[in-house]
Design a protein around this ligand. Structure first.
Ligand code: DC
Length: 234
């Protein structure tokens, strides 16, 4: 165990179902779910509101001292994001903020700025933390690392259905392009690129329903935690 608490790192490309599955798993196991993508999205939202160019990393980094970012967890474990006191939980889910989050997340100063916040949460709680670099950078000592992935077409289709369900306009071909572009940016960036940690278990959810994916991950986590604890989990 890393300290007093269990930590489970779930990394993988966008649209693989990390957040939804992590939230469901955390509820089942009584862990705190930390969605680190939401933290990068919050920085992205702040930058987009200032009208900064996406090509101007220095201006984006210069914004950091003015940002007070915090996470709140509801009774049911739902994570809310606060930006300088404003609840931006909904606003960060807008489609254009995905691209912004990807841009700001490639800036070393932004990653450094958010590192402590993430590590502190894992020190203080049993966490399922999902992101891109949790197993490789944020929590290299995590008790269990999972690399969750699915084919790009599958991930684009899920994202499309998600946006439509939220009443947002979406075009499937465009979303596939966005998914591929984000994969490329997340994997090719020099700082904390998305990659599978050597000791991460690979879970591929292509063609699987959410329930099937959930059961797959739950049994993986349960058997791992039981082995660590030396007995079945209650
Ligand atoms: O998971 P998401 O789509 O909400 O993440 C938004 C962006 O943030 C994504 O392009 C990758 C980036 N990100 C990151 O670089 N590191 C993390 N730990 C989490 C997200």
């Amino acid at each position: 165990m890393s300290g007093q608490h269990f930590s489970i790192a779930i990394d993988g490309p966008s649209g693989a179902g990390k957040s939804t599955l992590s939230e469901q798993l955390a509820r089942e196991l009584g862990f705190l779910h930390v969605d680190t993508g939401a933290i990068y999205r919050t920085v992205g939202l702040a930058a987009s509101r200032r009208g900064i160019s996406k090509e101007d990393p220095q201006a984006i980094a210069g914004l950091l001292p003015e940002l007070e970012i915090s996470l709140q967890f509801g009774e049911d474990g739902t994570q809310r994001m606060l930006l300088n006191g404003e609840d931006v939980t909904q606003a960060i889910r807008m489609h254009e903020i995905s691209a912004w989050a990807s841009v700001v997340s490639a800036i070393p100063a932004v990653r450094e700025f958010l590192l402590d916040m993430q590590r502190r949460l894992a020190r203080e709680h049993n966490v399922i933390m999902d992101g891109r670099d949790i197993g490789t950078v944020v929590l290299p000592q995590a008790d269990l690392k999972i690399y969750l992935t699915a084919d790009p077409e599958d991930r684009a289709r899920r994202r499309y259905l998600e946006l439509v369900a939220r009443g947002q306009q979406a075009e499937q071909a465009q979303i596939l392009q966005d998914v591929l572009e984000r994969d490329r940016r997340d994997m090719e960036r020099t700082v904390a690129p998305l990659r599978r940690a050597e000791d991460a278990v690979l879970a591929d959810t292509t063609g699987k329903s959410q329930e099937e994916s959930f059961q797959l991950l739950l049994s993986l986590i349960r058997s791992h935690l039981e082995r660590k604890q030396g007995g079945p989990l209650s």
